[in-house]
Design a protein around this ligand. Sequence first.
Ligand SMILES: Cc1ncc(COP(=O)(O)O)c(C=O)c1O
Length: 413
Amino acid sequence: MSNIENQQGRLQAQDPELAGLLQREDRRQSSTLTLIASENHCSAAVREACSSRLTDKYAEGYPGRRYYGGCEVADAVEDLARQRALRLFAGAEEANVQPHSGTTANLSALLALAGPNGRIVGMMLKAGGHLSHGHDKSHTGIVFQARQYGAGPDGRIDLDEVRKLVREHQPKVLIAGGSSYCRNIDYAAFAAIAKEAGALLLADIAHPAGLMAAGVVPSPIGIADVVTMTTHKTLRGPRGGMILARKDVAKAIHSSVFPGSQGGPLVHTIAAKAVAFGEALLPGFRAYQQKVLDNARHLAACLMAHGLDIVTGGTDNHIVLVDLRKTDVTGAQVEERALAAGLSVNKNAIPGDPRPPMVTSGLRLGTPAVTTRGFGREQIETVAGVIVGLVRGAAPEKFRPVVSGLGEAFPLP
Ligand SMILES: Cc1ncc(COP(=O)(O)O)c(C=O)c1O
């Protein structure tokens, strides 16, 4: 019996109510197919590290410079995570593995580089950016003087617009990266635009981090001054964040994470990050990421062959953004129908979306989680058929058997 099963046995005996909820979530994940682009299924080893006794340990500070005693194991764990991160993202100079999340990573990095009330430029949420890139509902839109660039009518970043905005606003930090942007970003062009204005470039690779670590899409390492990411999306680790930085800005970043933005690090999560980075350094990881990419391209091609519009007409990564404007359904309606059919997807704004964020005209799909379960072209074709059927108004229940069948045939790791 594994450590995790053992622990589940104890939880079941002590707190059947909560244990029941965890079992329900296991069943939910097994019996539905996750096509949410920001989700994945991490390994049992990652989950075991997450549930380790390291959760008990306070370790404020950094390895060798802690504010608590008894940190020798925490130090070794954090050093291992940092070393593996630097091997995985070769060319990066320093790594901070403490951010609790992608948002904390961004906030810490921006406070270090721009300072309170500093000027920043990022991509609009509607165009594919993230809330933490200066959206007015995020602290990054309140604490900083933020301006945002959109996407062109073709759904792609318009570098001329970015250049114009940067020249006008003269930011300290220019942010490149997003949550629903499905095309490669020209980081060298972004770096040139930043340099001209004396700004630093922050690349947020939360979404494509795994694809970049595996070298299947171009990466900003060695180009951007600072790179932030989450560890739980394509990277397939535990929920958390990480920052890579050039040596000359690293000191400011470290103190902005701790003591600036966080207290004690989540050492158990850092251990799980180390496990995930170790997995990502194994040869099979590249094949997995290539499959994520191939599956996303195939999904986009299948949906287009069935007559659906895809923002930018395809994808360069794991994200496929469906434009529903020519259909008679909204993103929210398809999300609900998909859930009833057993597909976990999310409604998403598309560039120029006429509908509000809780309705939207888009559907964001992603292939990391189903590829972890072993999906290939054939299963992607089946999934595309289900999505098209749902958009066209077929009863969701009709698809439940086929979706459950796929879930049983391709179990969770
Ligand atoms: C580009 C980008 N940055 C930051 C984040 C924030 O990550 P978290 O949800 O861990 O705060 C996300 C999450 O979706 C993201 O897509």
